[in-house]
Design a protein around this ligand. Structure first.
Ligand code: ZN
Length: 342
């Protein structure tokens, strides 16, 4: 009969070895060289509907076309959803600030771009004027450093929209907008909802698709890395059909700690595996006991993990409710957050 202290030592020694084995066996262990899809954040302007049950909730339709009643928030979302699908076809992780009809503050939209370290940020709007005369496509940029992006976007959009008779209104500095995004940023205003002809165009799925294509062209022309990364992903997927990289699912959530990488991680992992082999070969009986001890301890550990997780969930829910209340208060104003854009 072995002494309890020796047995405990064996158990303790086995824990890192078992962890190393799990890491080595996981499908991501060798995926460190896989290309990671680049992130583009698209911001469908405005959002939120009137809810009689919640009269304090903010709503922001944006401009409303006098000729056909089309609301800007719906048109921006429709184009952005199409744009996301197009970007995903190019293995880009396209993140929308909203994919449903909800209100968002400027801060929340900027945070989505910054927190996801987007390579570029595009806010989608439509223009409007007090009379139906003005028309055409305009690109706004917040900083001098964004001028090149704005010009590339404006040219790309005109390539698609020009043949449909949408004039090119060029680019305009709007330095009170999106000043806190940390990547190249533009706001596109591809046509006027106040212009009856353009409002009729904006309402059609064909024109919405064309707009999405024109914005994708602007993004990809400005940042050639996006298509270079696509080529790298296609090459990787051809070489590793068992472990393909797909755009939306491969993105690491912000809260996840990065896995051990580089040569040090490999050396540590291999050393641990070697230790395990030595232990198993030299002390087969002790190893078997250690495995049994760990297996016996697992249910207890799982219980604890589950209890902690439930408590964390409750805490998170309380925090979210508090944040919602604060947001509702902030938005409870008669005008919407995009008033300045008109
Ligand atoms: Zn707008």
């Amino acid at each position: 009969m072995r002494r309890p202290a020796t047995r405990l030592l064996h158990v303790l020694l086995s824990v890192p070895v078992v962890i190393a084995l799990v890491i080595a066996a996981s499908p991501n262990a060798h995926a460190q060289d896989a290309p990671v899809p680049m992130v583009v954040v698209i911001d469908p302007g405005h959002g939120g509907a009137v809810n009689p049950a919640q009269p304090d909730m903010p709503f922001d339709p944006g401009a409303i076309a006098p000729s056909n009643g089309l609301e800007e928030k719906d048109a921006t979302l429709a184009v952005s959803l199409r744009l996301r699908a197009l970007l995903e076809q190019d293995d880009i992780n396209a993140i929308l600030t909203r994919s449903t009809d909800i209100p968002l503050s400027v801060q929340q939209r900027s945070d989505t771009a910054n927190n996801n370290t987007a390579s570029v940020f595009v806010s989608v709007h439509f223009n409007s004027f007090t009379d139906g005369g003005p028309n055409g496509s305009l690109v706004l940029y917040p900083k001098d450093s964004d001028l090149a992006f704005a010009k590339t976007m404006s040219d790309a959009m005109f390539t698609y929209l020009g043949p449909l008779g949408v004039a090119n209104d060029g680019v305009t500095l709007r330095d009170n907008w999106w000043i806190h995004t940390q990547m190249p940023t533009v706001t596109v205003e591809p046509a006027f909802l106040s212009n009856a002809r353009e409002a009729a165009l904006i309402a059609t799925p064909g024109f919405q698709q064309l707009l999405a294509m024109s914005i994708r062209a602007g993004i990809e022309r400005y940042d050639p890395q996006l298509l270079q990364r696509k080529a790298a992903i296609v090459a990787w997927n051809t070489a590793h059909p068992d472990r393909p990289v797909t755009a939306p699912s491969t993105v690491i959530p912000r809260t996840t700690a990065p896995a051990a990488s580089g040569w040090l991680g490999t050396v540590v992992r291999d050393a641990l595996i070697l230790c395990l082999l030595v232990v198993v070969v030299r002390r087969p009986l002790a190893s078997w006991r250690a495995v049994r001890a760990i297996a016996a301890a697992l249910p207890m550990t799982l219980d604890r993990v589950l209890i902690h997780r439930a408590a964390r969930r409750r805490r998170r829910r309380a925090l979210a409710m508090r944040a919602d209340a604060a947001r509702a208060q902030r938005f409870a104003r008669p005008h919407h957050v995009y008033d300045e854009l008109y």
